[in-house]
Structure formats: structure tokens, C-alpha cells
Design a protein around this ligand. Structure first.
Ligand SMILES: NC(=O)c1ccc[n+]([C@@H]2O[C@H](COP(=O)([O-])OP(=O)(O)OC[C@H]3O[C@@H](n4cnc5c(N)ncnc54)[C@H](OP(=O)(O)O)[C@@H]3O)[C@@H](O)[C@H]2O)c1
Length: 334
């Protein structure tokens, strides 16, 4: 029997300061059947991303999420109805399904995914997180064997994969994370060479100690003061991969730091470049092949942090912004 009701979460109010549960509202609608050219998917897992919070701050590479909107979010779904011959019942699809149980979208807004187990890997190592780590390093950072690679938010979904790829590329890899348990995990389980707890250590001196040859490549997930600390210790011809700046997402702009960028970039010929993972869509198949090879060989360990139930998505995002997650955070919807 097909479901008739669709639970969803709306952004009730755009937060001015920190995001809280009061900014969301549970809503119920009818499930609509797909018309010609549309696909109806049952949402299985929602990807909880730092970017979800950034989308509330204004237009980015996508339209802003505004008060009253369905909360936006990438998800993995299973086709349960199709008005497009390219999609059939049971197909796995990826798209911006939003935070809801059923997503009805024009077919071109979905991407068909291969059936593999566990399916959650399609949102973690073979999804946005793994692909972001892969292209940030292989297209922008280009670390060479023996170079020092520093990664922030290192125990998160992008950072934990980036560090392991850095080891595969032969680098000395130093992670920056927000707890001793995270530092312990990335060094003892994931093979990072050293870790810095930015909440309890002085980042400048801890980095000096962890990077005796200074820093060649920085995978920046956080921006702000940590970016500033790294910039002052980056070698000539260093590369900074500007992946994100989570330290500025959950509150009011402007960000802290970094100071001194122009002078340091000029004198040290440092490259600093941003990117959005979807820029590389045409190259995703090769990247997934490489990532799957490394996972198969045990060179990349995948950690998923799964929260049960659509109604817990707001808390899952709030928790991620506070550093609760280890690895890729997902919400299991069905
Ligand atoms: N450019 C792209 O295409 C692209 C694609 C995907 C993601 N991203 C970016 O990648 C970064 C990671 O995002 P994600 O969704 O994968 O989340 P994640 O890394 O799985 O989780 C976010 C982590 O950030 C850390 N954090 C939170 N506030 C911080 C602060 N003020 N300073 C330092 N660390 C902080 C927390 O860990 P601690 O305990 O260590 O604080 C938290 O666990 C974000 O900047 C995101 O925008 C970019």
C-alpha cells in the first residue's frame, strides 16, 4: 500500500545567531503522484552537511533557504513512482530531496546511483564528502610525496577522507580537530601523523611542533583564526584548498581573521583557491573508481555517524555545528 502522508521539516525562522530546534517546524502534506517527467522517491538517508547552515545565510551556489521553506538537503532516495522511462521502481537516486519522507521532483533533478552495499557509502565516501576530499587534493592542493599536508575539521566527513588520501599520496598529514578523542581517532585509526586539538592547545605553537618542515598544503574546512595560524606557517609555493569555513556559518558575519593575507600570499607565492565539488561532475566516475579501490584495499576507512528519524534532523545539524559527529553524519529516514 502506498503512503498518503508526507512528514517534512520547514525552516520556521532564519536564525540570527546560533541555530536551535526552535528554528524548525514539523509539517504534514499529502504525497502527490508523479506526473509526466517527474519522479517520486521515498527518502532513505539525508546527508547532514555544514553547508545546510550556510544556505540559511543567503544565496551561495544555490538559492538561500528562507523562512517557511522546506529545509533543503541532499539525500538518497528510492524511486517509488516514475513518470520518466529512465527511472523505474527500486532505483536509487541522489538529489536535493529536502528534509522530508517523500520527494517529488522533475526527473533531471535526480542522479541515478548504482546499487551497492552499504547504501550509506553513496552519501559518504562515494558522495559529496569523499568527492570533495578527492578533488580538493587532486586538482587544487596537488600534494607531493614528502610534503606536509594540514587538514582542519579533520575528524569530519570531508577531513577524515582527505587525510587518508593525503597518506596515500605520501604526505606527512596533520589534522586539526576539536577533542582529544577525535585527535586519537585520526592518528591511531586513520594513520594521520599528528593531531592538534584546537580547543585545548595554542594552535600556532602546536602546529609548529607538529609541522617541523612547516606546511605545504592546507585543506581548509573552517576559515577564521585557524586559517590565519596556518598561513603564517605555510612554506613558499604553498597551496591552500578553500573548501569551506564552518567557523563562520553558525552566527553573525563577519568572521574572525585571517589577517595578513595579501602580504603573506605575495611574499611566499601561496596559491589560495576555492571550489565547489559539483564543478567536477564530469569526473565523478573516475573519482568513485579510485575511492572504491582505496576502500577495497583498506587504505580508506569509512566512518558514518547515523542519527535515526527525520524528526531528529534539526538536532543532528545543530550537533554537527558543535562538533558532535565523527565522520559522515546522516539521518536515516526509512
Ligand atoms: N567546497 C565544497 O564543494 C564542499 C563540499 C562539502 C563540504 N564542504 C565544506 O567542508 C567542511 C566540512 O563540512 P562537512 O559537512 O563535511 O562537516 P563535517 O566536517 O562532517 O563536520 C563539521 C565539523 O566541523 C568542526 N567545526 C565546527 N565548528 C568549528 C569551528 N568553529 N572551528 C573549527 N572546526 C569546527 C566540527 O568538528 P570539531 O570537533 O573538530 O570542531 C564538526 O564536526 C565545511 O566547511 C563545508 O562547507 C565544501
Amino acid at each position: 500500500m502506498s503512503a498518503s502522508k508526507n512528514r517534512q521539516l520547514l525552516l520556521k525562522e532564519v536564525p540570527k545567531g546560533k541555530l536551535g530546534p526552535e528554528h524548525f517546524q514539523l509539517n504534514e502534506t499529502d504525497v502527490q503522484q508523479p506526473g509526466e517527467g517527474e519522479v517520486l522517491a521515498r527518502v532513505r538517508y539525508i546527508s547532514i552537511d555544514a553547508a545546510n547552515r550556510a544556505w540559511m545565510q543567503g544565496t551561495t551556489y544555490r538559492a538561500a533557504v528562507k523562512a517557511g521553506d522546506l529545509m533543503a538537503g541532499y539525500a538518497l532516495g528510492e524511486v517509488i513512482g516514475s513518470g520518466d522511462p529512465k527511472y523505474k521502481q527500486g532505483d536509487l537516486v541522489f538529489g536535493d530531496c529536502g528534509w522530508q519522507e517523500y520527494a517529488l521532483r522533475p526527473a533531471p533533478e535526480f542522479t541515478k546511483l548504482p546499487a551497492l552495499e552499504p547504501v550509506t557509502h553513496l552519501l559518504s565516501v562515494y558522495g559529496v564528502a569523499g568527492l570533495t576530499a578527492y578533488f580538493g587534493l587532486t586538482d587544487i592542493g596537488l600534494p607531493k610525496e614528502g610534503e606536509t599536508l594540514v587538514i582542519s575539521a579533520a575528524a569530519g566527513s570531508v577531513g577524515s577522507v582527505a587525510g587518508q588520501i593525503g597518506k596515500i599520496m605520501g604526505c606527512r598529514v596533520v589534522g586539526i580537530a576539536g577533542s582529544d578523542a577525535k585527535c586519537e581517532w585520526i592518528t591511531s585509526e586513520l594513520g594521520f601523523d599528528a593531531a592538534v586539538n584546537y580547543k585545548t592547545e595554542d594552535v600556532h605553537s602546536a602546529l609548529r611542533k607538529a609541522c617541523p618542515d612547516k606546511i605545504d598544503v592546507y585543506f581548509d574546512n573552517v576559515g577564521g583564526d585557524i586559517l590565519e595560524a596556518v598561513l603564517f606557517q605555510t612554506n613558499a609555493n604553498g597551496r591552500i584548498i578553500c573548501c569551506g569555513m564552518i567557523s563562520g556559518y553558525d552566527g553573525e558575519l563577519p568572521l574572525n581573521g585571517p589577517r595578513g593575507i595579501p602580504g603573506l600570499l605575495v611574499v611566499n607565492r601561496i596559491l589560495m583557491r576555492g571550489f565547489i565539488v559539483t564543478d567536477y561532475m564530469a569526473k565523478f566516475p573516475q573519482a568513485v573508481k579510485d575511492l572504491a579501490g582505496w576502500v577495497g584495499e583498506g587504505k580508506i576507512k569509512v566512518r558514518e555517524d547515523i542519527v535515526e528519524g527525520l524528526e531528529n534532523a534539526p538536532q543532528a545539524l545543530i550537533g554537527l555545528l558543535h562538533g558532535e559527529n565523527l565522520g559522515k553524519r546522516l539521518v536515516k529516514v526509512s
